[in-house]
Design a protein around this ligand. Structure first.
Ligand SMILES: C[S@@+](CC[C@H](N)C(=O)[O-])C[C@H]1O[C@@H](n2cnc3c(N)ncnc32)[C@H](O)[C@@H]1O
Length: 264
């Protein structure tokens, strides 16, 4: 791995996503959601750095020590992310409310019919079996419980990444995102097929300030040419309409699909 490449830790995830995912979560919670009352059982699926959990507790700080209790289950397949999130939970005094655990979205170990509010924030396109993950969400919800799933409607850096990968590693390098994942209909169909009811879609926008490992793994050439490759990516981003600030950071407008659906 090139020495310039940051290991895949929650620090890297936090750096890559910036405030984008928590900003989206705050927006849909504030603008589209009925207030969450004490006694709810909240699920942050594929929590990463805990964007949804943090957004919920920013908006409803009273849930941290509510009576009745309002447990928040925050799970992720990445054990390193969960260990880091446990530290954050402890540092904020949330241990009695927020319960982080390593868990695959395709095989949830939460009891059936217990969750009232289930959030799958920018996860579904990363799971191996999305229909299974949607069925697991449905199974854990109480009847009448609500599920939220989000995906990127626009990811302005995706084309620049694809063009840079093609230039570095050849023309037939797979895009990291399938075109249909940008469509709200992907999430809507997933939830309808899982037999959710009242499937409702809308979009929210925000801003985000990323090049994964090449096919076949990193080489010494990648490390030696890191700066030049970063320049290629920056130039392609600018061509796609990005702005680069004085510190060389790339800023882009982001739009997300948000789909809400209920268990009948
Ligand atoms: C783009 S990040 C989003 C993180 C967080 N939900 C947010 O909104 O910031 C996707 C997360 O899903 C996790 N993930 C990927 N595949 C998963 C799976 N099969 N089961 C559970 N989590 C998964 C990753 O480890 C990562 O933390």
């Amino acid at each position: 791995m090139p020495k310039q490449c940051v290991p895949r830790t929650s620090r890297l995830l936090a750096f890559m996503i910036g405030d984008s995912t928590i900003t989206f979560a705050r927006k849909y919670l504030c603008d589209y959601f009925s207030p969450i009352a004490p006694g709810a059982v909240i699920y942050d699926n594929g929590c990463g750095t805990g964007a949804v959990t943090r957004a919920v507790l920013d908006i409803y700080p009273e849930l941290i020590s509510s009576s009745p209790a309002t447990p928040i289950h925050a799970t992720d397949i990445n054990a390193v992310f969960i260990e880091d999130f446990k530290e954050l939970v402890a540092s904020r005094g949330w241990k009695s409310t927020v319960h982080p655990a390593v868990m695959a979205a395709e095989n949830l170990a939460l009891p059936d019919s217990t969750v009232t509010h289930s959030f799958t924030n920018f996860l579904i396109f990363g799971v191996g079996d999305a229909p299974k993950a949607a069925a697991e969400v449905l199974g854990t919800l109480v009847p009448g419980g609500v599920a939220v799933m989000t995906s990127w409607a626009t990811l302005p850096h995706a084309k620049a990444l694809d063009r840079t990968r093609e230039r570095l590693y050849g023309e037939h390098v797979m895009s990291h995102i399938k075109p249909e994942w940008f469509e709200s209909s992907y999430l809507e169909n997933l939830l309808r097929d899982a037999v959710f009811v009242r499937v409702t879609a809308f979009q929210v926008d925000s801003e985000m300030s990323w090049m994964g490992m090449p096919p076949g793994g990193w080489t010494e050439k990648d490390e030696a040419e890191w700066d030049r490759n970063r320049e290629i990516y920056g130039a392609k981003c600018v061509r796609e309409g990005f702005k680069v600030d004085e510190d060389g950071r790339v800023r882009a407008s982001m739009v997300a699909n948000v789909v809400m659906a209920w268990k009948g």
